[in-house]
Ligand binder design. Sequence first.
Ligand SMILES: Nc1nc2c(ncn2[C@@H]2O[C@H](COP(=O)(O)OP(=O)(O)OP(=O)(O)O)[C@@H](O)[C@H]2O)c(=O)[nH]1
Ligand SMILES: [Mg+2]
Length: 268
Amino acid sequence: MKNSPTLPEPTLNYRINALTGAATSTARALSAPLSAEIAAALAASANGEIAVRSVDLNIPLLEKNDILAERNRGYFLGRGLAALNLVSSPGAGKTTLLERTLDEFGRQTKCAVLVGDLETDNDGRRLSRPHAPVAQITTGTVCHLDAGMIARAAQSINLDGVRVLFIENVGNLVCPASFDLGEQVRVVLLSTTEGEDKPLKYPPIFKSAHLVLLTKIDVADVLGFQRDLAVENIRRIAPQAKIIQLSARTGEGLPEWYSFLKNLSDQT
Ligand SMILES: Nc1nc2c(ncn2[C@@H]2O[C@H](COP(=O)(O)OP(=O)(O)OP(=O)(O)O)[C@@H](O)[C@H]2O)c(=O)[nH]1
Ligand SMILES: [Mg+2]
């Protein structure tokens, strides 16, 4: 221990061994009382040295999520509901697409929406329609929805007669990839304002997609966005995914989106 290099921590009363990660400390150096467990570990050690260990909390958390997600899936399928999880970076056009989808497709086929954001119920209010139940989930600091949140939110609305349940995830191209919500179809949106390279830079979310929507194609030309290159990049990372190019503003590509939804709800 004596000859091992240590990180310079002159103002602190403990040292971390740079090679082993062990923290060296004494009871008097600590600002808070020791827990019984740590006090016992310190007492048992030869020179007041305890090891710092990291515990990977991700594994049990994800296992718990997966169990709840399977429960959601069974619940949705049991009700004859097709559930879609819409994920994208912030501002890719999820809410705008859903607004128009509720106004058009939603007139023939009853839809509902669960929408997640860190703060505000703005999207929930934008999506509110007399013919479509909507629940807003605010996650605080959490960067994704999880299966438990979906289970609770689904209980809060009346799903009678609903055939298609849209889940608008928190805008984030990374975290939602790891969290199965019990959806039948994962839809990843990539907008022309983000650049053609995003599938290459954020592969996990694209690899998990059943459907990729290339959105805001009305402004592709003015942005110099190369649609062919974007499609090629999506195909490289997500060969399994169907691709639809659309604009929620002009309506281009929406008939293909609606026919995808219709087939899905007919088969569910
Ligand atoms: N030109 C164009 N703009 C669009 C289109 N769809 C959405 N937008 C604009 O893009 C911006 C973001 O749209 P939203 O629908 O709020 O995006 P979002 O993915 O729901 O955003 P978050 O919920 O914050 O992640 C808004 O200013 C929309 O008007 C489109 O098809 N074409
Ligand atoms: Mg939104």
